[in-house]
Write a protein that binds this ligand. Structure first.
Ligand code: M6R
Length: 594
């Protein structure tokens, strides 16, 4: 969580860091801060505000000439949302200033051991890092003082440090939390926790590996490990889709990302089509074929995509698959088969619960495949293999196009493992077309108004649509704060139906011919108890009275079409309530704490 940005160079550091923080605000948005070297008065200043980056911008309205700055947008973990707890944090004498993304698990122990007499200014786990660096700087060079501190830290961190005595250097370090160094022929060195903040300022970037320490100057960056030995960085180009990652004509990223879904599917087809044939890397396929069971591990929406993936792998490829919540799997390993294969699904590629799961299976030395939207992410690098879902940057906290992309890639993977009789390309192409048909004519705004007038709601479905019901419910509660449950339609009567009262909204998701009748019967049961029911279904299964009818697609991908009206329902419910759609309360886009 949190976003960090730094810049040293000949351009205006204040603007670059503030623009970067605005782009990263989706990662954390309860407070923001910045420190910059004001060349007029020849000193570093620190500014912090609670609330959004716009508050910080107001505090920084006066013109300040600066060529060095570091900034932070926070998602509180240790300590409340206060100005004192906002970053940057400063060492006791004021010499070292730093911003941190991650969690220092042993901060209390280090405090007791090294500086028990210090009066801390904040409740954070970060402030101690500044004090430790200063303590060690009395014995060592700055580089050594920083790496000595880093070696003591347990937990995760992406750090930017300024030493007032060398104002044209930013020191950067990374362990477990993402950090990238942006390089530019013309314009200085930028540093950020997400490549989005580098777009426009850097031509190339280096995603740091764990235990990296970097000395950033205006015309170069030097890369070291914690023994201060030089390391050779992997350099990537900043791609054009990152440059194009603004909202365009849309009011919200979420709406833009919903609308992009047909083109995401087409992009996936293009990526995985080689000489007219849909293919997945042979090495991945042959390793999977040698395994006896697939374990899919993920969180939130990615886990819901994994549930569809399980169905695809079992139905198309006949390989048994299990889906696990990452935070549970990491510390309660199930009884594993003798030749397990692990799939991690993650939009960001940085989710801490997945990293903990990866650690828990490391000793097994079995193949791990990460399916992600960020090919330079930590989990893409740490797994044996990775597949790119090609959704393009997803900025809204509520995940939409990544879900559809992850499930589509899982379908392609299952196809690659199968006897290949399933017409995967045609199925996905038709899905993209029928998504467009729906998006061009939808009226989910008025359905949201008609149906969502209570504090709670239900989505019900059977089979593959039960998986979808869970995703639809997560999306609605996440951004509209309506308490929503996704339920297996046939299970309601075993207890939960007690919650149905006059006017309770119940949305039924129907796309399987052989369960149409049963789901409609379950809907009648809640209807009889006063529920306000809404049917979302496919043309061939529809009745005249149904509320949302979409054109037919193959049953395996029907949830990827039916998800569209549920995403829009959530979007409009949040819009009608005046909520911040792209940045819902208490959440962050990339969950890098366990
Ligand atoms: O980056 P990941 O896919 O690993 O993130 C997993 C979840 O945190 C994420 O899907 C979350 O549930 C979304 N906010 C849901 O919209």
């Amino acid at each position: 969580m949190c976003g960090i940005v730094g810049y040293v160079g000949k351009n205006q550091a204040k603007e670059i860091v503030l623009n970067g923080l605005t782009k990263l605000e989706y990662r954390g948005y309860d407070s923001a801060g910045l420190s910059l070297f004001d060349s007029k008065v020849n000193r570093f200043e620190v500014f912090k505000e609670t609330g959004r980056v716009t508050e910080l911008k107001k505090a920084l309205e006066m013109t300040l000439e600066s060529s060095v700055a570091i900034g932070h947008t926070r998602w509180a973990t240790h300590g409340k949302v206060t100005r004192e707890n906002a970053h940057p944090h400063v060492s006791r004498s004021g010499r070292f200033i730093l911003v941190h993304n991650g969690v220092i698990e042993n901060s209390d122990v280090l405090y007791q051991q090294y500086i028990p007499d210090y009066d801390l200014k904040s409740e954070t786990d970060t402030e101690i890092i500044a004090h430790l660096i200063e303590t060690f700087s009395k014995q060592f060079t700055v580089d050594n003082a920083i790496v000595t501190t880093l070696k003591l830290l347990e937990g995760s961190y992406a750090l930017l440090v300024i030493d007032k005595e060398t104002p044209d250097i930013i020191y950067a370090a990374k362990h477990k939390s993402p950090l990238l160094i942006g390089l530019s022929e013309s314009g200085g060195t930028a540093i950020a926790s997400d490549v989005l903040a580098l777009a426009g300022y850097s031509d190339h970037y280096v995603p740091l590996t764990d235990h990296s320490f970097v000395v950033c100057e205006k015309d170069k960056a030097r890369f070291f490990n914690f023994e201060l030995e030089n390391i050779k960085p992997d350099i990537y180009e900043v791609s054009s889709d990152i440059l194009n990652s603004d909202k365009g004509l849309f009011d919200h990223y979420m709406l833009k990302e919903i609308e992009e879904q047909p083109s995401v599917i087409r992009q996936i087809i293009q990526t995985y089509e080689v000489n007219g044939v849909i293919e997945v890397d042979d090495v991945i396929v042959s390793d999977m074929k040698k395994s006896d069971r697939i374990y899919i591990i993920a969180a939130g929406t990615s886990m819901h995509a994994g549930m569809l993936g399980k169905r695809y792998l079992e139905r198309l490829a006949g390989i048994p698959a299990e889906v696990h919540i990452a935070s549970e799997f990491a510390y309660h390993l199930p009884l594993l088969s003798s030749k397990p294969y692990f799939i991690l699904i993650t939009q960001s590629g940085e989710t801490a619960d997945l990293r903990a799961s990866l650690k828990a299976i490391e000793h097994l030395k079995r193949p791990v495949l990460t399916i992600t939207n960020v090919k330079t992410s930590t989990l893409a690098r740490e797994a044996t293999y990775f597949l790119d879902v090609k959704a393009g940057p997803e900025i809204a906290v509520a995940s939409t196009k990544a879900y559809v992309a992850q499930a589509s890639v899982l379908l392609i993977l299952a196809y690659a493992l199968s006897n290949k009789s399933y017409p995967v390309k045609e199925v996905l192409s038709k899905l993209a077309n029928n998504m467009e048909v729906f998006l061009a004519n939808q009226s989910m705004d008025s359905i949201a108004k008609d149906f969502l007038d209570k504090r709670h709601a239900f989505f019900i479905g059977r089979g593959i649509n039960y998986d979808l019901a869970l995703e639809a419910a997560l999306k609605l509660k996440e951004i509209s704060y309506i308490q929503t449950e996704g339920f297996a339609a046939g299970e309601l009567k075993h207890g939960t139906i007690a919650l149905i009262e006059e006017g309770t909204p119940v949305f039924a998701l129907i796309s399987d011919a052989h369960m149409n009748h049963q789901t409609r019967s379950n809907l009648k049961e809640v209807d009889a108890r006063g529920a306000k029911t809404c049917v979302i279904t496919l043309r061939s299964l529809s009745k005249e009275t149904d509320d949302v009818i979409l054109e037919d697609v193959d049953p395996l991908v029907a949830p990827l079409l039916l998800v569209l009206p549920t995403q829009l329902l959530s979007y409009y419910a949040a819009l009608q309530r005046g909520f911040d759609i792209d940045k819902p309360r208490n959440l962050a886009k990339s969950v890098t704490v366990e």
